[in-house]
Design a protein around this ligand. Structure first.
Ligand code: G16
Length: 544
């Protein structure tokens, strides 16, 4: 076995987006494309000589090949050990857990998250640092710069390492350790929540749940957690076997893509509780019987109820949400007299706040919720947290959320996505809104009066770093808002996201359909940005 130095040329466009480098599989399969990015990442992680790396992913198409390439490159780049999930599987929060527990230098997660997989789907590489969280801007920036100047990469000439069985093997001077992809993470969850209470008060009393793993990474661990450890009936976990193409589905836990689960929960013999996670296990969707919990409400309810969970009984240091996430959690923070931070979209922006102990819980409208137990959002954690709250309160999901609205008011909320629009037109639309927004202050739009309008700029309160142009917000005097952003995770054209929010203090009008409650704002948002004129679209592609 010897180390080869392979000559290469830079590819353009290896700039990591909101969450790693995501591209169609066909792009990743170009000669040296993956290798260039991995070498650039290794070069940007100081201290790799003799260090340990964590490797895994959601098991999507091309992941097996990619894992073998990365193992050979890690061996040629001086790593002493790679901890890799069995069969190359490791959910994103589980990877974060392993990095933190064993103090490794960082990790590489092979996933394009909720994007479809298969030969015509997407692939992705996420780089995490020693904190267990996604690489911060300064690291992703360094990787990008390095990728633009790369001339060669190092790789060991060797045959594939078997990844099917737990245990250790050698690859040159490096040890490859195949680990159980879920064990460390499950142990962590068990330390935070009262498994006995969930088993005794829920499943021993006939409580029924359906967890839809969407043929993605959480299936095997979900079976152990829910069916073996917590006592849910066999068959409670659906689509629990990971597939390279996610069974042809779209592993995105929302009302559109997890429609089978939604139909079950809204059907005549609906179980008490439903949940789903995405491709790499960091997103979650929570459903009660004939009831959908928006991610923003989920964060607010978890924050309000956290004291009932063992791991959070001492109280929360603070909470954080991404700027476009509804302000429901702000009201809880106010009541609890704790700090509430609004960050740009992207889990990496929570890292400093979590590391500094300023926040305990954080979440995003994009079906992500998490806490300081790891440095990624955590799908299974959110599901177990909800079960723990249900067990503690003895009330169904819908009642808990309705009681929350009665106490704090309801933030009606929706996101309208216009996917795969022409990138240049989307950029023009954003320029138009950027120029128009500040002029709107003080003007009336329909029945609303504009309080302010402009670009969201974030100054990290811990290290002072600045992130500009993180979405354009139009705020109204009654607390309603419209936010416009371009997604940083799409791989085809541009995705325009329009976020809509209106606060209803109650006690009446708390049970409206969100699309009806937001009707005026939806029309205003379309007009103010001239969405049809710029994109040719008369309706969004996905509404969540
Ligand atoms: C990633 C990020 C999230 C972000 C989401 C959507 O999630 O980690 O912080 O909210 O993308 O981002 P965008 O609106 O830019 O598409 P994931 O689950 O895709 O890794």
């Amino acid at each position: 076995m010897h180390v080869c130095t392979v000559k290469t040329k830079p590819y353009g466009g290896q700039k990591p987006g909101t969450s790693g480098l995501r591209k169609p599989v066909s792009v990743f399969k170009q000669p040296h494309y993956l290798e260039n990015f991995i070498q650039a990442a290794f070069d940007s992680l100081p201290g790799r000589e003799g260090a340990t790396l964590v490797l895994g992913g959601d098991g999507r198409y091309f992941a097996r090949e990619a894992a073998q390439i990365i193992l050979r490159m890690a061996a040629a780049n001086g790593f002493a050990r790679v901890k890799v999930g069995r069969d190359g599987l490791l959910a994103t929060p589980a990877a974060s857990c392993v990095i933190r527990k064993y103090g490794t230098l960082g990790g590489i997660i092979l996933s394009a998250s909720h994007n479809p997989g298969g030969p015509a789907g997407d692939f992705g590489v996420k780089v995490n640092t020693g904190s267990g969280g996604p690489a911060p801007e300064e690291v992703t920036g360094a990787i990008f710069e390095r990728s633009r100047a790369i001339e060669s990469y190092r790789i060991l000439e060797a045959s594939d390492v078997p990844l099917e069985r737990l245990g250790e093997s050698r690859l040159g001077a490096m040890t490859v350790e195949v680990i159980d992809p879920g064990r460390d993470h499950r142990e962590l969850l068990e330390s935070l929540f009262d498994f006995d209470r969930i088993r005794d008060r829920l499943f021993r009393r006939g409580f029924r749940m359906v967890f839809d793993a969407l043929h993605a990474v959480t299936g095997p661990s979900a079976r152990v957690l829910f069916e073996e450890r917590l006592g849910a009936p066999a068959g409670s976990v659906r689509h629990g076997t990971p597939r390279e193409d996610f069974g042809g589905g779209h592993p995105d836990p929302n009302l559109t893509h997890a429609h089978e689960l939604v139909e079950t929960l809204f059907g005549s013999a609906a179980p008490d509780f439903g949940a789903a996670c995405d491709g790499d296990g960091d997103r979650n969707m929570i459903l009660g019987r004939r009831f959908f919990v928006t991610p923003s409400d989920s964060l607010a309810v978890l924050a309000a109820q956290a004291r009932h969970a063992r791991g959070y009984a001492r109280g929360l240091a603070g909470v954080a949400r991404s700027m476009p996430t509804s302000m429901a959690v702000d009201r809880v923070a106010e009541r609890l007299r704790i700090a509430c931070y609004a960050t740009p979209t992207g889990w990496k922006y929570f890292g400093n706040l979590l590391d500094a102990g300023r926040v305990t819980l954080c979440g995003e409208e994009s079906f992500g919720t998490g806490s300081d137990h790891v440095r990624e959002k955590d799908g299974l954690w959110a599901v177990v947290f909800w079960l723990d709250i249900l067990a503690a309160s003895g009330r169904p999901v819908a009642e808990i959320v309705r009681a929350h609205w009665r106490e704090f008011g309801r933030n009606y909320y929706s996101r309208h996505d216009y996917e795969e629009v022409d990138a240049a037109s989307a950029a023009e639309l954003m320029e138009h809104v950027r120029a128009a927004a500040p002029q709107l202050a003080g003007r009336r739009l329909g029945s609303y009066e504009v309080a302010s309008g402009g670009d969201f700029r974030y100054v990290d309160p811990v290290d002072g770093s600045v992130a500009e142009h993180q979405g354009i917000e139009i705020r109204f005097t009654d607390g309603s808002r419209i936010v416009y952003r371009l997604s940083g995770t799409g791989t085809r054209g541009a995705t325009l996201r329009v976020y809509l929010e209106r606060y209803e203090p109650g006690p009446g009008r708390l049970d409206l359909d969100p699309q009806a409650a937001l009707e005026d704002l939806i029309a205003l948002a379309r007009e103010a940005a001239r969405i049809e004129a710029f994109t040719g679209r008369t309706a969004p592609t996905v509404v969540t």
